[in-house]
Design a protein around this ligand. Sequence first.
Ligand SMILES: Nc1ncnc2c1ncn2[C@@H]1O[C@H](COP(=O)(O)OP(=O)(O)OP(=O)(O)O)[C@@H](O)[C@H]1O
Ligand SMILES: Cc1ncc(CO)c(N)n1
Length: 270
Amino acid sequence: MKVTLTIAGSDSSGGAGIQADLKTMCMNGVYGESVITALTAQNTTGVRAVLDSTPAFLEAQLDAVFEDIYPDAVKIGMVSQSALIHVIATKLQYYHPKNIVLDPVMVATSGAKLISDEAIHTLKEELIPLANLITPNIPEAEVLSHMKITSSKDMLKAAKKIYDTYGCAVLCKGGHQLNDANDLLYINNTYQWFYGKRIPNNNTHGTGCTLSSAIAANLAKGFTIQESIQRAKDYLSLALSAMLDLGAGSGPMMHNVNLKGIYSEEADNE
Ligand SMILES: Nc1ncnc2c1ncn2[C@@H]1O[C@H](COP(=O)(O)OP(=O)(O)OP(=O)(O)O)[C@@H](O)[C@H]1O
Ligand SMILES: Cc1ncc(CO)c(N)n1
C-alpha cells in the first residue's frame, strides 16, 4: 500500500486541514499519516484560536514518521510560523521524499489569516524551492507573484512568474474567485488548463486542502502530475456534488461518496 503524509494544521470542525487530508487520502486508496503543525479552534464560520506546535515537537513528529513508515508523497498545508517552516525544510532536505505538494495556505475560506508575514518570507525562501508542485489560490498567487490577478491571462502571467522564480510546478486554482472552476498548471516552461464546471455549492470549506492531498495521494500511486491533478479535480467535484450542507457558514464537503472503485487503483507504470 502506498503511503502519503500530510504536514498541516488540525481543523476542529473536520472540514479542512489534517482532517480533510486524511479523509481524502483514505478515499483515494492510500495510507495516510499526519504531522500536526498547529491546532485550530475553528468551525464553518471562522477561526477562533490557533495553538502552534513547538519546533522541537514538530521535529519529533517528523522523525517518528520518516524513520518508520516512509511516505511515497508529502502534502504540506498550514504552517504559520517561520521556525516551524524551517524545521520542515531541514527535515525534508534530510529525508528527501520523492513527491512534495505544497499548498501555500495563507487565508481560510472564512477570511482568517493563517500565516504571519515573516513566515510568508520563510516559506518563499526555504520551503517553496523544495516542492515539486505548489497549489496557490488566486490571492496566494497574487502574494507570490507580486501582481494583481483579475483574468485567466493574469493567472498565466502570475503562474509563469512564480515558476520562473521558484523552479517548481505551479497549479494556480481559479476556484473561489473567477467564474469557472478552471485551474492552470505551469510546468517545464509550458502550461495546461484543467477545466472544471462550477458546482453551485457554497460549502467549499477545505477545497484547497482536499485538492492538494488528492494530488499527493495520486502521485504516491505513481500517476504523473497532470494525471494526479485531473484525478484530484474529479474527486473534488464528486465530493462537492454530494451537496452536504452542515454548519452556519461555508460548510465542509462530503468525502464518503460512491467512487465506483475508480480512485483506489494504482498507476499502470508502477
Ligand atoms: N464551486 C466549485 N465547483 C467546482 N470546483 C470548485 C468549486 N470551488 C472550488 N473548486 C475547485 O476546488 C479546488 C480548490 O480551489 P480553491 O480556489 O477553492 O482553493 P482554496 O481557496 O485554496 O481553498 P480553501 O477554501 O480550502 O482555502 C480547485 O480545483 C477549484 O477549481
Ligand atoms: C487547519 C486549516 N488548514 C487550512 C485551512 C484552509 O482552508 C483551514 N481553514 N484550516
